[in-house]
Design a protein around this ligand. Sequence first.
Ligand SMILES: Nc1ncnc2c1ncn2[C@@H]1O[C@H](COP(=O)(O)OP(=O)(O)O)[C@@H](O)[C@H]1O
Ligand SMILES: [Mg+2]
Length: 478
Amino acid sequence: MKLVYRLLIFSLALITVLMMVVVAIVDTRLQERIIGERAAELGREARLVAGQWTAQGNPEELARTASIALGGRVTLIDTDGRVVGDAAANGGTGQTIGTRYTRPEVASALAGEESTVAPTPHLAGPELYQAVQTPLGIVRVGVHTRTLEAIFDAARRDVVTAGFFALAWAFTLALLFARYVSRPVIQLRDVARALARREYGNHPKIDAPGEVGDLAKSLEHLSVRLETLESVRRDFIANVSHELCSPLTIAGGFAVTLANHDPPPEARKQFARAIVSNTTRMQRVIDDMLDLSRIESGGWIPVPEPIDLAAIIEEVFESLGPAATAKGIALVSDLHAGGSVLVADRTAVRQTIANLTENALRHTENGSITVFTRPGTDGAWLGVRDTGEGIASNHLPRIFERLYRADRGRARRSGGSGLGLAIVKHMAEAHGGRVDAESVVGGGTTIRAFFPHVPSARETSGLAGRVRLNLDSVATQL
Ligand SMILES: Nc1ncnc2c1ncn2[C@@H]1O[C@H](COP(=O)(O)OP(=O)(O)O)[C@@H](O)[C@H]1O
Ligand SMILES: [Mg+2]
């Protein structure tokens, strides 16, 4: 059932029950009041009659005149309990003169209770009586309850009419309330459905107070995030295809030539080498991609341990040394003296240094490349600084994205997978750290990763046994 109907039905049920309770309470209270008032009045009337009852007077006559004047029934009973006068306004008499009379109100009046003897306040029988004591006996005045019933009915009608109007108003208000509450919920549902259909933009702005408003805001954020993810996914697939397409085409072309023609031995060797280098490149892209997805999916958990940085830097410099020497670039190590030992995953540290140094070497023509550490708040920075070409400010914020390259053609020719910085970033983040980059075009680049202080794995049991990704294969290819 629609939300608006459910809200409406619930509100109406609530209001109806409330109205019924109110009508019932008002009705009984009103009856009590009217009976109480009438009883008090009867008491006053009885006292008035009692004042006129004298030993010389005729009680029968008094009863008759009084009953006509008061419009009720008047009964006079002597001290022995015998009826001495009884008359009703309509002319009839109820009691035979001379009989003993023992109704409760008379009995209590006879028992000498000075005050008015009030009958039970509700209508016990068809008549309402009030009796008072005089020296000559008891004066009892009564009215038929039919006269009261008419008053009750009128009052009840008024109450019910008022209740009906209140219900009509409440219905209108409940309808407005149900609409007001259900409208943003319906809009939220429509937005969620649109998201499921991958329609991200152009959602109506949902205005709602409280939790529903919060939900609307969350949904809006979700929509923006989904849209971003969707475009990243699309770009990524396009980039990967492109990344693998060119080496595959080249390798395939050479393989076809080798299969269909019979090139001279020298050319054959050259073709084979081209095939090897292009398949290696594809292999590298795929390896890096697998590493990245394992880090991202949480399949790789860093195992922090105190790192001997000097040894790792030495290792990396050794493998990149020949290329640096060929370009006339100095490889420098600048470790923060007296700084705390870096506690991080060994593989991640080696990979970070290797990736950053390799990038620096690729984009630097002369000068130096420096691997450095610096203490930071609750952690340490590990970075690489170069004196190379730099990165334009429009590219700088995007270099950590997968497969993003500032200079597409050249970077690809020079052999990178386009995933180096993305891997550095994800590894730093797996440690709870982050990365940042600064660059001046023509003035050099500094890229660094922050590793927060963590207890080493040897101190925390259990961590060491967790899954560990073997990135060494990637590192050795550098
Ligand atoms: N030290 C650097 N100097 C200039 N540009 C750099 C440097 N490091 C990275 N970049 C830019 O960032 C891009 C991404 O780097 P990376 O993710 O390592 O991929 P790849 O090295 O395979 O191109 C590079 O293509 C390059 O344009
Ligand atoms: Mg790289």
